[in-house]
Design a protein. Structure first.
Length: 194
């Protein structure tokens, strides 16, 4: 079984299956990363109109090149993903999560939080994981905490959220508003694309 769901991003569509494809989040913005880690994403990137592949739990969010129409692509992609999953082919290679975690840790080295700041960061991360992540996942995307510095929270947007026109609104009115209420030390929330 496979069906599609709209996302707030007109260039991204969520393809939902009834199977667990990958426990966790796997965001492929480039074919290089896909070639190394995901046979499914790599096969999708071979299609001229695929610009990004995001795999999470039981769905794949595909971001297309803007000069193509979903009307022409949706059925082709549905058939392709359905066939791929039914054949039981590898979705994401083993070791991907560990490799990404290592890269993330290397990137996070400059952010060492101590004392009061460490407590704030813990609270911010918990709020994002509890309230924001589930909503964003329903829209075919993902959000990750990146850093907290002088009141500014930086998050990374992935999947359909990346490059989505409404993600700025969500970020500013939704996430920033909530964090400011719950953690008065937060002055602003900014995003980087994953």
């Amino acid at each position: 079984m496979l069906y599609t769901e709209q996302t707030p991003n007109p260039e991204s569509l969520k393809f939902v299956t009834n199977k667990m494809l990958y426990k966790g989040t796997a965001d492929f913005r480039t074919q290089e990363l896909a070639t190394e880690w995901s046979p499914l994403a790599n096969a999708l990137f071979d299609l001229a109109y695929v610009k990004g592949v995001y795999i999470c739990n039981n769905f794949v969010t595909i971001t297309k090149e803007f000069n193509y129409s979903w009307d022409d692509l949706m059925l082709k992609l549905k058939e392709f993903i359905k066939g791929y999953v039914e054949e039981g082919k590898v979705i994401v290679n083993d070791g991907f999560a560990e490799a990404m975690k290592k890269i993330e840790e290397e990137n996070q080295v400059e952010y060492q939080y101590t004392g009061e700041e460490a407590e704030l960061v813990k609270k911010i991360k918990e709020l994002i994981d509890t309230y924001v992540k589930p909503a964003v996942e329903m829209d075919g995307g993902n959000i990750e905490f990146k850093s907290f510095d002088k009141g500014i929270v930086t998050v990374i947007l992935q999947g359909s959220c990346s490059g989505c026109p409404s993600s700025t609104v969500t970020l500013k009115s939704g996430i920033e508003g909530m964090l400011k209420r719950m953690v008065p030390e937060v002055t602003e929330v900014v995003s980087e694309m994953g």
